[in-house]
Design a protein around this ligand. Structure first.
Ligand SMILES: Cc1ncc(COP(=O)(O)O)c(C=O)c1O
Length: 371
């Protein structure tokens, strides 16, 4: 069964901590929190730069994990802007072919789906991978569930199957932990036998599709979330997909209401999903560039470096001080919530690669040798 999709949500309300010397003219705490709030949304980077007295062009923004080589979206024709979104526009057909399952629901970003899912269950014990994308825990807590953080090691030991709901990110953001599809399917079997759910957030899986469990859908209790923002580089378009059993997708669709995904986003996403040549080339390119990034970072950081084809994360106790120093050099990376690592997205072009290297030269050694 296929679904019509549907208004745009606000952005992704994630928090990132930036320790930064206060520029003149900004009051203490208020200024810091304004900076923090602005950092949560890529589009606001330019505003933040102005507040800090730095020109837009000065910033190297590697904070997101979004593909910098976005699928080149053409402008939708006028009628697509004029008409209400049309559920028969072929988007679900393309999405089904791309994900390998018929059970697809377009949503205004996978964020929207993960925020609503917790309201489709009575109070439950929910195991959530940690560290991970913090919105999952926040959403389940907001809806009144008991949330227990589970490390990758606890999960590997089978701890997740004791819960009513297990929420994983595969590969995990920010540490790149990768779960084998068969392991996930086995966990799903155990959870579903007790009426439980396995929620797999596959936001970063498009460059390694063999690891996706989407093609096994529909299966009782299995829910997969997919993003168009990361691999396709179209984060601002606000479209993603929930994949799962038809009855569950229907309830999710009802909660979203009609036309939740705008017509231009549907029009662009349909073509991006159909562009197999671009997808294949991009997979190879991202693997190669992420390896280059890993090798570059390894020259500066003796610590463990993990990641996915869309980012590399350095696990280091020096993360806060390096983050601050990079920010002072107008290079923005993601400081992990636990402040124990830095996530670097891929530089967009050769000039950015060179600049990253020059910035690391200036910043990292002193930061490590003088903690
Ligand atoms: C792991 C993960 N899942 C889901 C999302 C939400 O992405 P979107 O709503 O753009 O699909 C993000 C955004 O950063 C993420 O990192």
């Amino acid at each position: 069964m296929r679904y019509r999709a549907a208004p745009e949500t606000a952005g992704q309300g994630r928090s990132i901590r930036l320790i930064h010397r206060q520029p003149a003219g900004l009051e203490d705490r208020g200024a810091v929190s304004r900076v923090v709030a602005l950092l949560t949304h890529g589009d606001n980077v330019s505003e933040m730069m102005q507040r800090l007295g730095l020109a837009d062009a000065d910033w190297l923004d590697l904070s997101t994990g979004v593909n910098p080589h976005a699928w080149a979206a053409p402008t939708p024709p006028l009628e697509v802007w004029q008409r209400l979104p049309d559920g028969r526009d072929g988007l679900e057909r393309e999405a089904s072919a791309y994900f390998g399952t018929e059970s697809v629901l377009a949503v205004p970003g996978s964020q929207a789906a993960l925020s609503l899912l917790p309201y489709l269950r009575s109070p439950s014990r929910v195991g959530v991978i940690a560290p991970g994308y913090g919105e999952h825990s926040a959403a389940w807590q907001r809806a009144g569930h008991e949330v227990v953080p589970l490390s990758s090691a606890q999960l590997a030991g089978g701890a997740g199957t004791a819960f009513d709901v297990l929420v994983l990110i595969n590969p995990n953001n920010p540490d790149g932990t990768l779960f084998e599809p068969q392991t996930l399917l086995d966990w799903r079997t155990g959870l579903a036998s007790r009426g439980g759910w396995l929620v797999v957030d596959e936001a970063f899986i498009d460059a390694m599709p063999a690891y996706s469990v989407a093609r096994h859908l529909p299966l009782p209790g299995l829910i997969v979330l997919r993003s168009i923002g990361k691999f396709f580089g179209l984060a601002g378009m606000r479209i993603g997909f929930a994949l799962g059993e038809v009855a569950l997708l229907q309830r999710l669709e009802e909660m979203l209401g009609p036309w939740a995904v705008n017509g231009p986003a549907r029009w662009v996403a349909r073509q991006a999903l159909a562009d197999r040549g671009w997808q294949e080339r991009m997979r190879a390119r991202l693997v190669q560039e992420s390896e280059r990034l890993g090798a570059l970072l390894a020259r500066y950081f003796p610590q463990r470096i993990v990641g996915t084809p869309l980012f590399r994360t350095v696990l280091t106790a020096d993360a806060p001080v390096i983050h601050e120093r990079l920010a002072r050099e107008a290079a923005l990376v993601r400081l992990l919530d636990r402040q124990d690592g830095l996530r670097f997205g891929l530089p967009p072009d050769e000039a950015a690669w060179q600049r990253l290297e020059r910035t690391l030269d200036r910043v990292v050694e002193p930061a490590i040798s003088r903690p």
